[in-house]
Design a protein around this ligand. Structure first.
Ligand code: HEM
Length: 532
């Protein structure tokens, strides 16, 4: 990695014509020098050598919590600082939009919440967020349990077959299994559609994976050739992408039509009384159609559903993947989790109520999200010129940034910052129970009591050092849904099985698109629990 330690005022140590020209262009594009912000400079090839967030971490340690990254003509401000993150996400949130991310996702999600323009976002967020209230989540806890049960039954069956051949363990790619489970859950929970993906393949399932694959390709491919006129017809993968989109859109359109045609006043009453447990269909789509009447715009509804399908699927599957990866390396913690499960559930099912007692499991889920945040970077673009606060180890006066500045908020760096966490790279779920005083001016440190009643640690207790779901007005709407889903799925897996990695932890290679996932799957050995 070619990285020069220099501020804008210092002479460069290595320079050639190309560097000069590209810096000039960088400065022109980003509106001139950004005060005294340190600059990390990389070759474009650095982007392809390893996941970008690893390099961003090294540069964070070298250049501080706010630095500018220049790749040829492209420049980004990289933020790894809770004070600056809090400012961008909460205090001055509406001076930023999703920038590059919206450009990548708009062809897939249309005017869904993630890429939507501010006016659409305001209107839709007001309609969608109330759908995730506690009665819905209670009904979802039942759904999560039912779906996780199907996965457990599948593993049970495979183990029985193996035992009949004299074997004791099965080998499975748990990442793929979690992906199927999360897809089934999001389909049923958001639009009452059973993908049934843990047991079968279908054109819709293939189309969902195809679309996710393309979203990932676009987020890691730096030349947006798909915007070239005719590319969507001439480039085979773009043609396939258009076909995949059509398959999903047709499916969603059918579900929306069906929801409108089957709207019943009796269900609307139950919804209004929050009587979710007695509804046949407790999905979010039912809520969106029933509470707003049938005249709601079909296209907008489709964009909303598509957004939640994409936003809520791979992310949750990734949390489960990394939670198992970490637990498999910490057998003592795995046993501790299993003891908690035995004490709370015995051989029974998980429920909304039992979640409250599964404290260690909940901490495992959030600690996995700390070490492997999904996505590892949040992306913003300034809509007008702004002044960022100085942060804790940069220029105390802060930095002026021009309109149009692209910002990467590195959640990965925040979550592993040696300045904010003790033993930042270690898997210590218990850490969330202990307050941490702050010696950093402007950062309030870590205090679990700051968010009374919250089941899971969040950005408030950590004053924006822990941001697994973002923060401020654009915070994830599905955070509690996802956390409960992950806790239930993990509890049901560990209730029945002991899990080991098939190879060494080092052999599990990371790749990133929107989420951090493995290169070739999380191959594990599953055995019936020895002490059952
Ligand atoms: C936004 C993470 C699951 C729906 C976000 C953001 C993050 C995030 C970090 C903020 C992005 C930003 O500020 O740029 C996660 C993680 C999940 C998860 C880690 C799983 C563990 C879900 C689920 C749903 C969902 C299950 C829906 C059922 C959304 C939506 C937004 C969002 C709609 C956009 C919110 C807005 O802009 O108003 N998510 N998410 N997410 N998430 Fe999630």
């Amino acid at each position: 990695i070619r990285c020069q330690s220099t501020s804008t005022d210092e002479p460069k140590t290595k320079m050639n014509l190309f560097d000069n020209a590209s810096n000039l262009l960088t400065n022109m594009l980003s509106g001139g020098s950004i005060g005294s912000m340190p600059i990390a400079e990389g070759a474009v090839s650095d982007l392809f050598d390893r996941p970008l967030f690893f390099s961003l971490y090294d540069w964070f340690i070298k250049y501080g919590s706010v630095y500018k990254l220049a790749f040829g003509p492209k420049a980004f401000v990289v933020v790894s600082d809770p004070i600056v993150a809090r400012y961008i996400l909460r205090e001055n949130a509406f001076s930023y939009d999703k920038g590059v991310l919206a450009e990548i996702l708009e062809p897939i999600m249309g005017k869904g919440l993630i890429p939507a323009d501010l006016d659409t976002w305001k209107q839709r967020r007001r309609v969608i967020a109330p759908g995730f209230h506690s009665s819905y989540l209670e009904a979802m806890a039942r759904l999560f349990t039912d779906c996780a049960d199907r996965t457990v039954l599948k593993f049970d069956k495979l183990l029985e077959q193996e035992e009949s051949r004299g074997g004791k363990a099965i080998e499975l790619d748990l990442e793929a299994e979690f992906s199927s489970l999360a897809l089934d859950i999001i389909g049923l929970g958001v639009f009452n559609y059973d993908f049934g993906s843990i047991s079968k393949e279908s054109p819709v399932i293939q189309a969902v994976y195809g679309t996710l694959f393309e979203a990932e390709h676009r987020s890691t491919f730096y030349i947006p050739y798909w915007k070239i006129p005719l590319a969507r017809w001439l480039v085979p993968r773009q043609r396939k992408f258009q076909n995949d989109l059509k398959v999903i859109n047709d499916c969603l359109d059918g579900l929306i039509q069906n929801a409108k045609e089957t709207r019943e006043e009796a269900d609307v009453e139950k919804l209004q009384q929050r009587d979710y447990l007695n509804l046949k269909d407790a999905s979010l789509l039912r809520f969106l159609v029933d509470m707003r009447g049938v005249d709601v715009d079909d296209r907008q509804l489709r964009d909303d559903l598509m957004t939640m399908l994409i936003a809520g699927h791979e992310t949750t599957a990734a949390v489960l993947t990394w939670a198992v990866f970490l637990l498999a390396q910490h057998p003592v913690k795995m046993k501790k989790a299993q003891s908690e499960i035995d004490a709370v559930l015995g051989q029974g099912r998980t429920t909304f109520e039992s979640l409250k007692k599964l404290e260690y499991l909940r901490l495992i889920v959030v600690e996995s999200l700390r070490l492997y945040p999904q996505p590892p970077l949040l992306i913003r673009r300034s809509l007008k010129s702004d002044k960022l606060p100085g942060g804790y180890n940069g220029d105390k006066d802060g930095y002026e940034i021009p309109a149009g500045t692209d910002v990467f908020l590195s959640v990965y760096n925040l979550h592993r910052s040696p300045y904010l966490w003790d033993k930042p790279n270690e898997f210590e779920p218990e850490r969330f129970l202990v307050p941490k005083e702050s010696s950093i001016e402007g950062w309030a440190g870590f205090d679990p009591s700051r968010s009374p009643g919250a089941l899971y640690p969040n950005e408030i207790i950590s004053d924006f050092a822990f941001l697994p779901f973002g923060g401020g007005p654009r915070k994830c709407v599905g955070d509690q849904f996802a956390l409960m889903e992950s806790t239930i799925a993990l509890a049901m897996l560990l209730q029945k099985f002991d899990v080991e990695l098939r190879g060494s932890p080092e052999s599990v290679e990371l790749v990133t698109g929107a989420t951090i996932h493995t290169k070739t799957g999380l191959w594990c050995k599953l055995k019936k629990r020895s002490n059952l």
